[in-house]
Design a binder for this molecule. Structure first.
Ligand code: FES
Ligand code: FES
Length: 207
């Protein structure tokens, strides 16, 4: 069978359309499916206790803590990773819990402000914040304290920051390092100098 050039082009166009259509249709179906909530079982160790939750996969760690476990110490400031009010410690490292899905933390060890200490048994960092007046309204304070505890560990573990003079030498426990590393924790009340004094005391910062 011979086929003209015109016939060949028409056949090619029809074939291309036929191949293009199914993905287009399935993408629509895929998008519709995304609108359906999907629940999964998540187990997170929170403040030393395993907590099993049935969660919509879109639930952030912050919402899981606050809305499902009723641990309201971690605060929702911006919900966009910009203020640090939601900072918790996950497997020893500080994270913005508003930026992490709870399913991503399945099996993780999470420490919130409630796990660091309570009024009758304060963590040294909590006590130092009170002593140095490191807050006014207190909204940013749980995140500041969780961050501060992790910052001291970061420095002692030798993790450099933007303020470190060397990437290979261990960073020093100095105020400039604390200020740089705490810069992701915003305090609308401007208690910054007192916050640094509190952290410095706990870290026994060199002057
Ligand atoms: Fe998470 Fe602001 S609430 S960074
Ligand atoms: Fe009010 Fe920090 S103490 S925002």
């Amino acid at each position: 069978m011979t086929i003209s050039r015109r016939g060949f082009l028409i056949l090619g166009a029809v074939t291309a359309t036929a191949f293009a259509m199914p993905p287009f249709i399935s993408l629509k179906a895929y998008a519709a499916n995304l609108e359906q909530p999907m629940n999964v079982k998540v187990t997170i160790n929170v403040n030393g206790k395993p907590r099993e939750l049935q969660l919509d996969t879109r639930t952030t760690l912050l919402d899981a803590l606050r809305e499902h476990l009723h641990l309201t110490g971690s605060k929702k400031g911006c919900d966009h990773g910009q203020c640090g009010a939601c900072t918790v410690i996950a497997d020893g490292r500080r994270i913005n819990s508003c930026l992490s899905l709870a399913v991503m933390q399945d099996g993780a060890e999470i420490t919130t402000i409630e796990g660091l200490g309570m009024p009758d048994n304060l963590h040294p960092m909590q006590a130092a914040f009170i002593k140095h007046d490191g807050y006014q309204c207190g909204y940013c304070t749980p995140g500041q304290i969780c961050s501060a505890v992790a910052v001291i560990k970061e420095i002692r573990d030798g993790i450099p920051s933007h303020a470190s003079p060397s990437l290979t030498e261990p960073p020093q426990l100095i105020a400039a390092e604390l200020q740089e590393r705490m810069s992701g924790n915003i305090c609308r009340c401007g208690a910054y100098s007192n916050i640094i004094e509190a952290i410095s005391e706990v870290a026994q910062v060199q002057s």
